[in-house]
Design a protein around this ligand. Structure first.
Ligand code: ZN
Length: 143
């Protein structure tokens, strides 16, 4: 039997999750907490692979908060904090490969899943800006 429970959505932070057929979907932004059947398995890519995709035109989407972005960021990245993503999703193109990144790769993984659920083509950069600094560009400060 389906039932509804209340919890904070990992994407929009609203307290609106509902249980539907063994999954939990947010009635505000539509995020499915657990993988849906048509979700691809592994959406994580390494910073080095991300770098190659960026060179070929992929968009690097930083989903950290504004103060983190101001502390340090990767050149050419676009900032949309995770909790604002649902409200700014129209600014993104479904025709462009999107690579999400955050500090360590947790928020960006949720963001990439959410974008894929909405019909975008998104990957998450494993290890976040920390791993980027360690393996691609040491000029990017760690914090
Ligand atoms: Zn939500």
């Amino acid at each position: 039997m389906d039932y509804i429970y209340s919890a904070h959505c990992e994407i929009c932070k609203r307290e609106t999750l509902e249980k539907i057929n063994d999954n939990a979907v947010c009635s505000n932004c539509g995020y499915f907490t657990f993988p849906t059947q048509n979700e691809k398995g592994d959406i994580e890519i390494s910073p080095k692979v991300a770098q190659k995709l960026i060179e070929r035109g992929a968009m690097l989407l930083d989903v950290r908060d504004k103060d983190e972005y101001e502390t340090t960021n990767i050149n050419s990245s676009v900032l949309i904090p995770l909790k604002e993503l649902i409200y700014k999703i129209q600014e993104l193109s479904r025709d462009t490969q999107i690579i999400t990144h955050c500090h360590h790769g947790v928020r960006s993984h949720k963001a990439a899943r959410f974008l894929n659920q909405k019909g975008y083509n998104a990957k998450s950069m494993k290890g976040g800006i920390e791993a980027w600094s360690l393996t691609v560009d040491p000029k990017v400060a760690r914090y």
